[in-house]
Design a protein. Structure first.
Length: 107
């Protein structure tokens, strides 16, 4: 049985016995990409101003302000609805008392 190895399961682990790597025909010789440098990353970090670093904090503060404002509006609306409900209840009780008084006077 004469099977050739694959990349995942090479026929042998000895590099001297493996087939030599052939250069790719799609890339011209000497077209290696330059090493990765981090100069751009450090420059951009140094370019950040104090205001830019505080932007997320300012956004969070504005978001919390909006949420507190919305919660206060909801509380006001709930208090208003409760007050109107209590006023209607008081008016109905007042009308019942007037009717009861009128019935008592009529008899």
């Amino acid at each position: 049985m004469n099977t050739t190895g694959t990349i995942d399961r090479p026929l042998t682990h000895d590099p001297k016995k493996q087939a030599p790597m052939k250069p790719s025909t799609s890339e011209p010789a000497g077209s290696a990409t330059p090493d990765f440098t981090t100069t751009g990353a450090t420059d951009s970090r140094q370019n950040r101003t104090r205001e830019m670093q505080l932007i997320p904090e300012a956004l969070a503060r504005a978001h919390m302000h909006d949420m507190l404002h919305d919660a206060e509006q909801e509380r006001r609306a709930a208090r208003l609805a409760t007050a109107r409900r209590m006023q209607r209840r008081a008016e109905r009780a007042s009308m019942r008392a007037r009717r009861a008084l009128a019935m008592a006077v009529m008899q």
